[in-house]
Ligand binder design. Sequence first.
Ligand code: 5AD
Ligand code: FES
Length: 355
Amino acid sequence: MTGCRNIIDRLEKDYTLPREDFQQLLTGLSPEDEEYLYERAREVRHQVYGKDVYLRGLIEFTNVCKNDCYYCGIRRSNLNVQRYRLSTEEILDCCDRGYALGFRTFVLQGGEDGYFTDDRVCQLVSEIKTRHPDCAVTLSIGEKSRESYQAFFDAGADRYLLRQETSNPVHYRFLHPEELTIENRKRCLQDLKDIGYQVGCGIMVGSPGQTTDHIIEDLMFMGDFKPHMVGIGPFIPHKDTKFRDEAPGTLADTLHLLAILRLMLPNALIPATTALGTIHPLGREKGILAGANVVMPNLSPSTVRDKYLLYDGKICTGDEAAECCRCMERRMESIGYQVVVSRGDAKQENTDVLL
Ligand code: 5AD
Ligand code: FES
């Protein structure tokens, strides 16, 4: 038992571990060690961010996607999806309503939709920044060229989310069709970082075919890459995909990884994701108590909420933004945390010298 505590203490001190120790941390913790891991993750989180929870207003502005990721409900070959695109006015209206509710970050998330050319994305970003100069704009619109990323950045985009999904090339191939490669995904992440974005990467926990070795590879990749944000959530099957009968990722595995990531990246912005709230009614609260510090209520118009279904059973699809926001405030207060009106930037760069 003390062996594992020692590993947790070393992770907190060194921000990384040798492979065998990651293996032990992932597979060999007693319930007491597990509790200790959460305590340390919470403590580190409190040292850096106190009990503040940052809000991100998620705007799912298009569910049209040219990609065909095998796990995803809005993959192009799913003909059962009613496709939609929000107009510029609708998107700006979401931001205005979000602003009034206290949001200071807007996350524009969408499929890889050719209608949204670089020019259109740039116009959208710069219009949002003109109307709300005190807000951050985060893009989550997939793989682009370095030039495109630069153009979005020059238009005012602050942050970019692009999960690698898995860092292992063979596993990546198992989850994605030929035209997508982990090499290009990592190229994108590096370009984004070099350009100056606050960058988020991340994985699905318990995705089909995922092994402990894959997770270790993910942790090592993220330890090296030092993202500003890490989005992880359980894999959840979608009925119109070939993974429909696969088991979902578990709450325990997701919480465990959240806590490990908090110790590895003390300053990171780590959301308690909607997927986590979907597999357990108190998933997001538990995520915060395992070290997460961000929640992302949905600001999309309620008319399109139920059309952006990456997985089955997604929560909050019937709720108005205002309701969702109040609900989130109550949920965070119920565990002794408070959502704050702030852009919620990372406390400092995740460089080698932390805290
Ligand atoms: N289950 C859980 N998460 C999923 N995502 C896509 N499909 C699923 C699924 N079936 C996640 C991916 C993507 C993010 C936007 O949503 O990790 O990066
Ligand atoms: Fe969306 Fe509760 S957080 S309804």
